[in-house]
Design a protein around this ligand. Structure first.
Ligand code: 6PG
Length: 233
């Protein structure tokens, strides 16, 4: 877990650095293991990274794409993280369909959909115990949530599963999310955070008060922070 935050002066510099680091991490993983498994985040800060990656030269046939969290909406809904990633990246590069592993939101039962995706993840890592993501990308909300681990929600405390449904009162809706242990199984775990509104959350998450129920991003052991100066404490 690194608490070292080296702020980037601008969002453009953050995204350029994150894109270069992404390409290096993926290329290394494919060279070493023949495959790279990435867990993607929703959000506007990660989305711009995806857009930049669409113009990069990557071993697209060896990368498998998973979602670290998803909204309980149809795949073509404006709020869908799957739709966002397809529009920003996957529809513009030669990714084999079998390499794209969306959350099965078509299952009209959040608990069943979450169990199905939990199994999908386990199978992608040989059905053994913990996954071993090559890279987990995460955003952070101004309420210090990450993925769909929102303050005061049940999923924060789940350690028995990799992926769960999570009722979020403030949205009056279910979300889907990796659990903290599933996130922390990544070799590389990056936060991508920008904007003045995030500064208090970043300060809380890095601060002396350990309170994951209030600051769920504290559950994560990131290996890198990509933070703009306006969001850095
Ligand atoms: C989601 C994300 C969520 C997001 C943060 C930051 O589905 O919304 O997974 O965790 O990353 O809310 O989003 P922004 O970068 O847009 O502020």
């Amino acid at each position: 877990m690194t608490k070292t935050v080296s702020p980037y002066p601008t969002l453009a510099e953050l995204h350029a650095a994150a894109a270069d680091a992404f390409c290096q991490t993926v290329t290394d993983a494919v060279r070493l293991n023949g495959v790279c498994r990435v867990s993607l985040s929703g959000g506007s800060t990660p989305r711009r990274l995806y857009e930049i990656l669409a113009s990069r030269d990557l071993p697209w046939d060896a990368i498998h794409w998973f979602w670290g969290d998803e909204r309980n909406v149809p795949p073509d809904h404006p709020d869908s993280n799957r739709r966002m990633v397809r529009q920003a990246l996957l529809d513009h590069v030669p990714v084999p369909n079998e390499n794209v592993h969306p959350v099965p939101v078509d299952i009209d039962n959040p608990a069943a959909a979450a169990i199905r995706y939990d199994t999908t993840i386990r199978n992608a890592f040989g059905g053994a115990g913990e996954p071993r993501w090559d890279l987990v990308l995460l955003g952070m909300g101004d309420d210090a949530h990450t993925a769909s681990l929102f303050p005061g929600t049940e999923a924060i405390r789940r350690t028995d599963r990799l992926f769960v449904e999570n009722w979020v009162e403030k949205f009056d809706a279910f979300r889907y999310t990796l659990t903290a242990p599933a996130i922390n199984s990544g070799r590389e775990i990056w936060f991508l955070v920008s904007g003045e509104s995030k500064r208090p959350a970043v300060a809380d998450v890095l601060g002396p008060r350990h309170d994951p129920d209030t600051f769920p991003s504290q559950l994560v052991s990131p290996t890198r922070w990509f933070v703009t100066a306006d969001a850095a404490p």
